[in-house]
Ligand binder design. Structure first.
Ligand code: AMP
Length: 184
C-alpha cells in the first residue's frame, strides 16, 4: 500500500516525477489538473464550469474538486494506493481528503522545492494555454496563500518530506524514492 501526495509549485517538476513514481510503485496517477483538462476537452458540465477559472489561474471550488477526487478514489485501481498530484491545494481539500481516507491516512507527502524564479522560467518555456505571465503570477500567489500552509498540515501528521527540486531528473528521483522509503 503506497498512498502518496506530491506537493510543489507548478513547474517544480511534478509531472516528470509523477510519471516515474506511478511506474515505480505500480499505483494510479490521480491528477486533478488532468481530470479537469479532460472534462474541458470533452465539453462536460464540469469542464464548462472549470475552463474560465483554469485560464485565469484561479482555483476551482473545493466542492467540485472533492467530488471528483472522492469518485476517483472509489475506483478499484485506487484501493491499493495512489499518487495524488495537484490535490489537495487548500485546507478544506486537505480536511476532505483525511475524511475520505479515514481511518487510514497518507503514507508520504513529498514537497518538491524549487524557487519562484526557476518555476516561472520553466512554465514560460512549456507554453501551455494557461501559462500566460499573469496566470503564472496568480498561481504562485495562490500557492503561497492556499497551498504552502498545507506543508504544516502534513508535517504535523509526520508524513512530510521536503525534497530539493534543483538538479538533474535522476537526482531528484533518487531523493524522492529515498524520502518515501524512509517513511514506509
Ligand atoms: P494543474 O495541472 O495541477 O496545474 O492544474 C491546472 C488548473 O486546474 C489549476 O490552475 C486550477 O485552476 C485547476 N485545479 C487543478 N487542481 C485543482 C485543485 N485541487 N483545486 C482547485 N483547482 C484545481
Amino acid at each position: 500500500m503506497t498512498r502518496l501526495v506530491i506537493l510543489g509549485k507548478q513547474g517544480a517538476g511534478k509531472g516528470t516525477q509523477c510519471a516515474f513514481l506511478v511506474d515505480y510503485f505500480g499505483i494510479p496517477h490521480i491528477s486533478t489538473g488532468d481530470m479537469l483538462r479532460a472534462a474541458v476537452a470533452e465539453g462536460t458540465e464540469l469542464g464548462l464550469k472549470a475552463k474560465a477559472i483554469m485560464d485565469a489561474g484561479d482555483l476551482v471550488s473545493d466542492e467540485l474538486i472533492l467530488g471528483i477526487v472522492k469518485e476517483r478514489l472509489s475506483q478499484p485501481d485506487a484501493q491499493n494506493g495512489f499518487l495524488l498530484d495537484g490535490f489537495p491545494r487548500t485546507d478544506a481539500q486537505a480536511q476532505g481528503l483525511v475524511e475520505m481516507l479515514a481511518p487510514d491516512g497518507i503514507d508520504a507527502a513529498i514537497d518538491i522545492e524549487v524557487p519562484d524564479d526557476v518555476v516561472t522560467q520553466r512554465m514560460l518555456a512549456r507554453g501551455r494555454d494557461d501559462d500566460t505571465p499573469e496566470a503564472i503570477q496568480r498561481r504562485l500567489q495562490l500557492y503561497q496563500e492556499e497551498t504552502a500552509p498545507l506543508l504544516s498540515f502534513f508535517s504535523s501528521r509526520g508524513v512530510l518530506t521536503a525534497v530539493d527540486g534543483l538538479g538533474t531528473e535522476q537526482e531528484v528521483k533518487n531523493r524522492i524514492v529515498n524520502a518515501i522509503k524512509s517513511q514506509q
